[in-house]
Design a binder for this molecule. Sequence first.
Ligand code: HEM
Length: 484
Amino acid sequence: MTQGPLTTEAGAPVADNQNSETAGVGGPVLLQDQLLLEKLAHFNRERIPERVVHARGAGAYGTFTVTGDVTPYTRAAFLSAVGKETEVFLRFSTVAGNLGAADAVRDPRGFALKFYTEEGNYDLVGNNTPVFFIRDAIKFPDFIHTQKRDPYTGSTEPDNVWDFWSLSPESTHQVTWLFGDRGIPASYRHMDGFGSHTYQWNNAEGEAFWVKYHFKTDQGIRNLTAEEADVLAGKDPDSHQRDLREAIERGEFPSWTVGVQIMPAADAATYRFNPFDLTKVWPHADYPVIEFGKLELNRNPRNVFAEVEQSIFSPAHFVPGIGPSPDKMLQGRLFAYGDAHRYRVGINADHLPVNRPHATEAHTHSRDGHLYDGRHGGEKNYEPNSFGGPYQTGRALWQPFDAVTGGTGTHPTPRHAEDDDFVQAGNLYRLMREDEKERLVANLSGALAGVSRDDIVERAVENFRRADDDFGKRLEAAVQALRG
Ligand code: HEM
């Protein structure tokens, strides 16, 4: 706790922090009461724009430890030796709710991980689901509009949600996942994480591989039923946040076993599913998950605003040996996050303690802007120059994508031999036990019962029927029973 006299922002001691200064006893307040003005003005500016999605979250620091040799696949320095440790910061979140929303809701969970590596920060901005609702970034703002409040009613509207999903059949897989048992995790500790997209790894020889990341919770998967979540969301809106902080305070450090699916670059063109389509998984029978790390969270942030609200994660933050894939969603995200950070936190967001590299230093020629701290002193701010200073390396972080052909155009994502919008949703349904199927149908029919238009409900049911006939029939009957 800070000791000594209270001061103004400029450091002058404060005599009275209880009574503002007035003209006489009971008279009006004086403009010369700078303490009052400063306090009111600062208070008005305490909020920054909340994240447009994933507004609500909790974070913790920890350690990533390499447990398996992946050097044949990537030259990333932080993955260069078994036993090597890297500091991390992980921010979990829900997606649709605003900053004050409840945690215990049916919604994907964000799993945003920052590795503070010696070659710069590597951010893996994933979710607790291996797939997503859409496969092209151009649909993201429309999708999120349907998850947020309606411009007229000011409330979230089942009509909008289901209108969009039913008109976007590629969402069927993710929606089946979301309304199943894993749709409402019991806490952030009891869920898996996924990089979701396909990324590139490349090794010292310049060979490229396509990879997908998996984080398996060591706490075991635990979920809430819809009924349990309804009660908890009302009783303790901060349930996930509190659970994470308290577990770490108790010394119960949550951990995840980290694995990767690896596809040789040459397989991509002929793989049965388009490996860059975010609505699809790679079945483990095709590409097994290879274990290579352990992630442990062991330190709470000291100041939630500074370290969680102002934390920034970007899928474009790569390090040598790791890069993007041509996944159209990922390509859109490479722009969206940096842009959001510049708007939400400011142009020097990367300089904040939680965001800056911890195991190396950034050396750029960018300067100035809001809240610039003068870190570069009098160094030259251009390159090439004749005065020394930072210079380009000549080696790209990732390998070029080969096999890019054809003319420009608004091309749909290419389909591979077994690609359609329903096959993997059907496979997921058929994997479920009977009691899981019952809860899935009950959750979906409960949500669809809130939709006002028959055509939207029918179109939604039809998508699930195309995934699996039994799924569709049972859902149709359950919806009819509820809607009459
Ligand atoms: C093209 C599609 C997408 C766009 C345009 C997009 C855009 C955004 C934006 C603008 C933010 C707020 C960033 C900030 O204010 O700091 C955000 C947050 C986030 N997004 Fe996405 N997103 C997309 C898809 C995805 C997907 C597919 C995933 C997961 C696989 C994902 C995971 C996250 C996470 C975890 C956060 C929170 C990061 C944090 O904790 O600060 N997003 N997204």
